[in-house]
Write a protein that binds this ligand. Structure first.
Ligand code: SF4
Length: 366
C-alpha cells in the first residue's frame, strides 16, 4: 500500500527540520538543554500533563509537581490523595491516576528506572501510542514515531490531505523518524505545528520546509485538514448536595473507577426525568451515604464540559436531618470546615461550588 508523501525526499526534509529546530526551539522546563541527557521521568511527566492542555497552563504545574515529587520513587511512595491534590485544576484526572499507578509499577518491577524498551513501556497503565512514541524517542533516542494534533495538521498540509486517515499519518511518522536524533525530529514536527504551521493563518513565509509542502504549492493550506465533524455532546443535570452541619460541609471521595475517580466532591446524583434538584440532592445523600438531609434553595448553577458529556451542577444547600455517614457509594467522606476545604483535591466545578457555599455560610445563608 502506498501512502501520500510530502514533496522532495524525506532525508532533506529531516535535515531542514532539525536545523530549524536547533535555532528556534522554545526553552521549556521539561526540555533538556542541547547535549544534556533528558531525564525520562521529567519527559514522561511533561507528556502526560501536555495531553489536552496548553504549554502555558502546564508550566507552573510541572514545576510545583517536581518540588513535591522530585523523583519517580517519591511519586510511587505518595498516597493518591496527594497526587490528585497536585493535579487539581489540570482536569482529565485519569491521567494522574494512571501515571501514579504506572510509577508504582516501575518502582516495583524496574527498581524505579523507566524502561527504555518500547514494549515494556507501552504495557504500563495509561501509556498510549503517542506517549510511548514521545518518551521512547525523546528520553531514549529510539526511532519510535508519534502523531498528535499538531503533527496531524502539519502532515495533512505536507500531503495536502483534507481528511488524513490515522493509518496514513502513522505511516508517514514511521517513515520520517529513522535517522539521527529521532527525539528532536519528533519534537521539531510538533514545534513547527505549535509555532509556525498553526491552525489558522500558518506562517508559510517563515516555514523551513515549504518546498516539501503540497498544500502550500496548491494554496490549500488554510483548508488542510478540514475541521472534524463535531458529534453532539449529551448533557446531564446533576444535583450537588451541599450538606451543612454544625458549620461543616459534607464532602465525599469518588470511587477510583468513576468519572473524577479519587477526587473529592459534594455528594451528587444525576436528576431523573421530572425530579427536582432538591429531591435529587436528598437522594444523593441518602443513597450514597445513608444520611437524611432536607433540601433548601439552589445556591448555584455551575456548568462544566467533560470530554464526552456536558454537565450542569445544581448546587442545593441542605440541612443534615439524621444519620451518620457511611461510604455506600463513595470511598470516603469528611465533614470539612470552610478553612479546611483547601486541603482537599477538588475538581474545578466542585471548587466553585465550595467557594459559593462558604460565601453563603459567611453571609449567614447556611
Ligand atoms: Fe505549514 Fe505553510 Fe509550512 Fe506548509 S508551508 S508546512 S502549510 S507553515
Amino acid at each position: 500500500m502506498t501512502h501520500p508523501r510530502p514533496h522532495g525526499g524525506l532525508p532533506l526534509l529531516r535535515e531542514r527540520l532539525l536545523r530549524w529546530y536547533d535555532e528556534h526551539r522554545r526553552d521549556l522546563p521539561w526540555r533538556a538543554a542541547p547535549g544534556e541527557a533528558p531525564d525520562p521521568y521529567r519527559v514522561w511527566l511533561s507528556e502526560v500533563m501536555l495531553q489536552q492542555t496548553r504549554v502555558e497552563t502546564v508550566r507552573p504545574y510541572f514545576e510545583r509537581w517536581l518540588e513535591r515529587f522530585p523523583s519517580l520513587h517519591a511519586l510511587a511512595g505518595a498516597p493518591l490523595d496527594d497526587v490528585l491534590k497536585q493535579w487539581e485544576g489540570l482536569g482529565y484526572y485519569s491521567r494522574a491516576r494512571n501515571f501514579h499507578r504506572a510509577a508504582r509499577e516501575v518502582a516495583e518491577r524496574y527498581a524505579g528506572e523507566v524502561p527504555g524498551d518500547p514494549e515494556a513501556f507501552r504495557a504500563l497503565p495509561g501509556v498510549g501510542r503517542y506517549t510511548a512514541g514521545a518518551v521512547m524517542s525523546i528520553a531514549f533516542g529510539r526511532e519510535e514515531p508519534l502523531v498528535d494534533g499538531n503533527v496531524r495538521r502539519v502532515f495533512a498540509r505536507w500531503t495536502d490531505a483534507p481528511e488524513p486517515a490515522e493509518a496514513e499519518l502513522w505511516a508517514l511518522a514511521d517513515a520520517l523518524v529513522p535517522g539521527e536524533r529521532p527525539g528532536d525530529l519528533n519534537q521539531a514536527v510538533m514545534e513547527l505545528g505549535a509555532t509556525v504551521c498553526v491552525p489558522r493563518g500558518p506562517r508559510c513565509g517563515e516555514c523551513p520546509v515549504r518546498e516539501h509542502c503540497r498544500a502550500f504549492a496548491a494554496g490549500t493550506q488554510d483548508q488542510r485538514p478540514l475541521p472534524r465533524k463535531a458529534k453532539p455532546t449529551p448533557h446531564e443535570d446533576t444535583a450537588s448536595a451541599v450538606v451543612e452541619h454544625e458549620g461543616r460541609l459534607l464532602l465525599v471521595r469518588r470511587p477510583v473507577d468513576a468519572r473524577l475517580g479519587g477526587m473529592w466532591a459534594f455528594p451528587a446524583a444525576v436528576r431523573r426525568p421530572g425530579e427536582t434538584s432538591g429531591a435529587a440532592a436528598e437522594r444523593a445523600v441518602r443513597e450514597g451515604l445513608g444520611v437524611e438531609a432536607r433540601a433548601g434553595e439552589e445556591i448555584a448553577r455551575v456548568p462544566h464540559a467533560f470530554t464526552h458529556v456536558r454537565v450542569t451542577y445544581h448546587a442545593v444547600r441542605c440541612a443534615w436531618a439524621g444519620g451518620a455517614p457511611r461510604p455506600l457509594a463513595y470511598d470516603a467522606w469528611a465533614w470539612a470546615a470552610p478553612e479546611e476545604l483547601d486541603a482537599f483535591a477538588l475538581p474545578v466545578a466542585q471548587r466553585k461550588i465550595a467557594a459559593l457555599a462558604t460565601e453563603a455560610t459567611l453571609f449567614g445563608g447556611l
